[in-house]
Design a protein around this ligand. Structure first.
Ligand code: AHR
Length: 658
């Protein structure tokens, strides 16, 4: 074994030495010739509640079906008894009184001995950490004379108690109660038990358990580790809430932002449209509580330094599903939702919706600059609705840039028709989507080289290389896909005068609850890991610079010659030259960059290398950094940089001008 490894090491070293001995390919960089400005929004995030991204994911609520609003009202809950305890649970319908959160439960305890109660299974279990605080809340009322106290327990997968607290409902009116306690052990698949002790009955609603440690430690907030990964990308924008979820499978189940703000117990729950979309990945228990609603989206965007980019339903349900349409003469409420959203984000406290934002705790405006009209729509019906929306928005808010869909495909009749129409209308920004094979990404790195420089800007709004096929459950977040995306992204950046925004999609996936793969970040109930694709996105985002400068080989842009893809930019703020180079081949490539147009460079450049992995290399919860960037330094001699780029490698070189 040792001999074998030594042999391989010797071979690898010999290969590298051979590469180094080869004459390097010469690339030229003209550091003083700005070709295009790179928008601060260039690399961002696409968020959609798919794969348990929100409920069961970044929204840190641990209780599933906390308000008993699933179609099967006790889904996720189980009656429990021990030591002879007896009781019953009934679902009460209060639609007339509270249509938006109609169901509660009445729990009757029949005897004073033993315990009776309910357990909740969480979202594929609950992630509990030893030593961390948990906050249990419940809305309850009890009839006069009823003497029931609630004992709350966290159980590990074997049934041992790993945290407990007690509270006693005292009021005959609905009242919120809270108890906090500390967990004594770590468990990925914990469950919550609520025991009722005493005799009598109690009505319960909004049974909730949150970790106290959340992003910015906001009560009932977001999972800190997951938001941290978004923050670490330094994203230029946050697109929300999707995705097809904007459209809904039918119009009743479309995303309505006004129902996603304000009191948490008044946010009407609906089914998640990904619930049964794929028969091979059914998730019948997937609903939307909207605990992560528009206020939280705007605040998260602000927290992570991203421009908010809401996408609104334009009167069309998902065209892959029912394709329901709102008649044009009934479109007003939809358009009004868009106008009101802009006022909610940007209006002063003297406006109706701006005042609501202030009342919800955010007097400062959210500085909304862009809005998506429809998600992934196509056809004449879209054009008709788009015209009405656009006129209304531009009449009132001419400064808002409208994101327009050119459909689910980056080519074909539907795409061509919309592309032509929007160019004719001088539309602001077109949202292109590509879920294609890695080869497509390599072959299309030149896609934007010949786009009309005076036409609409491009938002590469959803993309991901598919190792097998779109929607295949066998797609992997492997190195081959990530490297092809990196190659393609050199073409986005090189054309930053046309392409203003780009985001990988989808963003999050729960390892036990996903419907769609590949995804940028995977997690279970306790841990998360960034994929190779994440590191590619992150490297582009952290190293975008402010302006593109020419990087040429024999006078041509570098987009696939000898398997190389490259782009260069300068950062006017930090006074740096940034080179991004992808070697997509399986041979090391010695390269030399000859730079003109800057006085001089510091002697040491910082190099970040992501690569030299096998095509099928992936990260995982247990090996989260198997594919991850490595930093080093290199010597700059005068205005020339020589480096050997390893096989299948993405390198970023940052040089400081002096
Ligand atoms: O990212 C998954 C889905 O792909 C999005 O919801 C939709 O816009 C696209 O079809």
């Amino acid at each position: 074994m040792i001999i074998k490894r030594a042999f391989f090491t010797a071979c690898a070293m010999a290969a590298l030495a051979t590469a180094q001995a080869q004459t390097p390919k010469v690339y030229t960089i003209e550091a003083d010739k700005v070709k295009a400005h790179i928008e601060p929004t260039m690399y961002g995030i696409f968020f959609e509640d798919i794969n348990l991204a929100a409920d069961g994911g970044v929204y840190a609520e641990l209780v599933k079906n906390r308000s008993f609003e699933f179609d099967s009202h006790l889904a996720g809950w189980k009656e429990q008894q021990k030591n002879g305890g007896k009781g019953s649970v009934a679902v009460i319908d209060r639609t007339a009184e509270r249509p938006e959160n109609a169901h509660t439960i009445k729990v009757n305890v029949e005897n004073n001995t033993g315990s009776f109660g309910l357990s909740n299974e969480g979202f594929r279990g609950m992630g509990i950490k030893k030593g961390e605080g948990y906050s249990f809340t419940v809305t309850a009322r009890k009839p006069a004379g009823s003497l029931v106290k609630l004992i709350v327990e966290l159980h590990n997968a074997k049934g041992a108690v790993i945290g407990t607290g007690t509270l006693t409902p005292t009021s005959a009116d609905w009242k919120k109660y809270n108890v906090k306690f500390t967990a004594t052990a770590t468990e990925n698949k914990a469950s919550l038990y609520v025991w009722l002790k005493g005799k009598g009955s109690v009505d319960l609603d909004m049974v909730s358990l949150f970790p106290q440690h959340t992003w910015k430690n906001r009560p009932a907030g977001l999972r800190a580790d997951l938001v941290q990964k978004l923050y670490d990308m330094k994203p230029g924008f946050l697109r929300f809430p999707g995705g097809c979820i904007v459209e809904g499978r039918d119009l009743v189940n479309r995303y309505q932002w006004k129902k996603s703000i304000g009191d948490i117990d008044k946010r009407e729950n609906i089914i998640n449209r990904w619930n049964m979309e794929f028969k091979h990945r059914p998730a019948p228990d997937y609903y939307q509580t909207f605990g992560l609603g528009f206020m939280e989206y705007f605040m998260t965007a602000e927290d992570i330094g991203a421009s908010p980019l809401p996408i609104l339903n334009c009167g069309m349900a998902c065209q892959f599903n029912t394709g329901q349409l709102v008649p044009l003469e009934e479109l007003d409420p939809y358009v009004q939702d868009a106008l009101d959203l802009i006022e909610f984000a940007n209006g002063g406290p003297d406006t109706k919706w701006g005042k609501l934002r202030a009342d919800l705790g955010h007097p400062k405006t959210f500085n909304l600059k862009m809005l998506g009209v429809g998600n992934e729509q196509w056809g004449d019906q879209y054009i008709a609705r788009w015209k009405i929306f656009t006129k209304a928005i531009k009449d009132k808010y001419p400064y808002i840039k409208i994101i327009s869909s050119v459909g689910p495909s980056p080519d074909g009749d539907d795409f061509n028709k919309l592309d032509k129409f929007f160019r004719g209308m001088n539309a602001d920004i077109l949202d292109e989507h590509y879920y294609r094979a890695p080869k497509w990404f390599l072959d299309n790195a030149k896609r934007y080289d010949n786009y009309d420089r005076k036409g609409p800007k491009i938002f590469a709004g959803e993309y991901a290389a598919q190792s097998v096929a779109i929607a295949s459950p066998d797609n992997k977040n492997n190195w081959e896909c990530a490297l092809s995306e990196a190659a393609f992204m050199t073409g986005l950046e090189r054309n930053a005068d046309v392409v203003n925004m780009a985001s990988y999609a989808p963003l999050f996936a729960h390892v036990d609850g996903w419907q769609w793969t590949p995804d940028l970040i995977w997690f279970d109930n306790l841990r998360s890991y960034a994929t190779p694709n994440y590191y590619v996105q992150q490297l582009f985002s952290l190293n975008k610079g402010t302006d593109v400068v020419p990087l040429l080989k024999d006078g041509e842009m570098v987009s696939g010659q000898d398997g190389a893809y490259a782009t260069a930019s300068i950062d006017k703020k930090t006074k740096e030259l940034i080179i991004k180079f992808i070697n997509s081949t399986d041979k090391a490539q010695p390269v030399s960059f000859n730079i003109s147009g800057a006085a001089a460079y510091q002697k040491t450049a910082v190099v970040t290398t992501l690569g030299n992995y096998k095509k099928d290399a992936e990260n995982s919860l247990d090996a989260p950094k198997a594919v991850s960037p490595v930093k080093s330094t290199m010597i700059v001699s005068g205005k020339s940089v020589k480096v050997t780029v390893e096989p299948a490698t993405f390198k970023v070189i940052r040089m400081k001008m002096i």
